[in-house]
Design a protein around this ligand. Structure first.
Ligand code: UDX
Length: 436
């Protein structure tokens, strides 16, 4: 089957490469000519484990190509995916749908044969209806249907999430479109990946509800962690103790500095906007957004406390290990490190940082922070070492060496990577999350 993927960003590129790997004939399209040139030369616009190899293998086999020319690229495609960005609209947090609608316009003008237009971008309820209206109003005589097919890809694990999904959600209003989508995902049906056919509106809502629920789960355990610190509990045990209940489940119960990334912050805000527009408040999600926002800055205060308080902290040096919002990505969007670095700068603390992939994107977001060449280089002469993102490279630090290189023996572990007893044995004063 021929598939056109409009938008070669994170989602479009991963999805396009995986569809090609399934055996489909895929063309990934983007307006950004330099991005397409680089992709043709094998240079990935993002860091995602395994992506460069997957792209190279499928380009070599002739199943994957890149183009800036939407008109010719969508010719003959039975499925045309829209995978462009839906950033938060400046000012009101609503999802900005201008890119989605612009693609719908262009597709409508260029359709030459029957095609299912599939929205993969995360879009608010009702967007599929609008895309359908745009194409219908263009006066095209070609048969088309508009389908919602949200992605559930985690950065850093996107390829395995695509190939071994928990489920595939397809919101379609007609049987022909469902048939085309069955064909698109056929290789996964053979693996018995659960496929859920719903209405288009339900499908659009599933994506937002899933992300809001996961954000809620994280925020819940983060607040329980705060309580643990006050009452003398251990959030690691509490998390395990509740997660073993099948009704709750163990995943996304890891306490930390607050969620960030390209999805949870943006999608929770957009969901609240939809709720407001339909006069159906989501008070739990409202609280989650507020609690998570204030948590990131609170992490900065936690570090300042570990330095001995505001007065003692001024002029001291802190080493930040890990800047990206999570490991195995270079994505800095809404990363807790940004608020932490800002809080430290406001308190007159000098910051040295190291991140395996994120420093290039991080540097402009945290002026004044010195980027270093490695974890131990950042730690040298530090008055506190703060583990912000749990990259594997920071999971097995030589704690004795940390003690030796740092000026003061203070380790603040915002991801609970270390055992308090190990840190103590190395002579470090250890602060973590939710462990008194
Ligand atoms: C998320 C969803 O998981 C994915 O399905 C969706 O399509 C896009 O958004 P992603 O943003 O890549 O994926 O990262 P994810 O692994 O979900 O982590 C999000 C944030 O939550 C990170 O900041 C992470 O550190 C934090 N997190 C996650 C926790 O603090 N604790 C946890 O237990 C899990």
């Amino acid at each position: 089957m021929k598939i056109a993927m409009v938008g070669s960003g994170y989602v479009g590129l991963v999805s396009g490469a995986c569809f090609a790997d399934f055996g489909h004939d895929v063309v990934c399209i983007d307006k950004d000519a330099s991005k397409i040139d680089r992709l043709k030369a094998g240079v990935m616009p993002i860091y995602e484990p395994g992506l460069a190899e997957l792209v190279a293998a499928n380009v070599k086999s002739g199943r994957l190509s890149f183009s800036t020319d939407l008109a010719s690229a969508i010719g003959g495609a039975q499925a045309i995916f829209i995978a462009v960005g839906t950033p938060s609209r400046r000012g009101d947090g609503h999802a900005d749908l201008s890119f989605v609608y612009a693609v719908a316009d262009e597709v409508a003008a260029q359709l030459t044969g029957p095609a299912v237009v599939v929205t993969k971008s995360t879009v608010p309820v009702g967007t599929g209806d609008e895309v359908e209206r745009i194409i219908r109003d263009s006066g095209t005589a070609v048969r088309f249907a508009v389908v919602s097919n949200p992605e559930f890809l985690r950065e850093g694990a996107a390829i395995s999430d695509f190939k071994r999904p928990d489920r595939i959600v397809i919101g379609a209003e007609d049987e022909w479109a469902r048939g085309v989508m069955r064909e698109v995902y056929r290789p996964l049906f053979l693996n018995r990946a659960p496929i859920l056919f719903t209405s288009r509106r339900s499908s659009e809502l599933i994506k937002y509800a899933a992300n809001a629920f996961l954000a809620t789960k994280i925020t819940f355990i983060n607040e329980i962690a705060d309580l643990c610190e006050k009452v003398g509990g251990d959030v690691q045990d509490v998390s395990r103790g509740i997660g073993l209940d099948n009704r709750i489940g163990a995943k996304f119960l890891h306490a930390g500095p607050g969620y960030g990334g390209s999805c949870f912050p943006k999608d929770t805000l957009a969901l609240l906007k939809t709720a407001e527009d339909y006069d159906s408040p989501l008070r739990i999600v409202e609280s989650v957004v507020k609690v998570n926002d204030s948590r990131k800055r609170a992490m900065g205060r936690k570090v300042i406390e570990a330095l001995g308080g505001q007065d003692a902290a001024r002029g001291k040096k802190v080493a930040l290990l890990g800047l990206t919002f999570k490991p195995n990505t270079d994505d800095m969007r809404d990363a807790p490190s940004i608020a932490i670095a800002q809080a430290l700068a406001d308190a007159g603390v000098n910051v040295a940082a190291y991140d395996p992939e994120g420093m290039e994107l991080a540097a402009p977001l945290m002026p004044g922070v010195t980027m270093t060449t490695g974890a131990y280089a950042a730690i040298e002469e530090a008055d506190a070492v703060v583990l912000v993102t749990e990259w594997d490279a920071f999971r097995a630090l030589d704690l004795a060496r940390v003690r030796e290189l740092a000026r003061a023996p203070v380790l603040v572990d915002l991801r609970n990577v270390y055992e308090p007893s190990d840190a103590a044995a190395a002579g470090l004063t250890y602060t973590s999350i939710g462990r008194a």
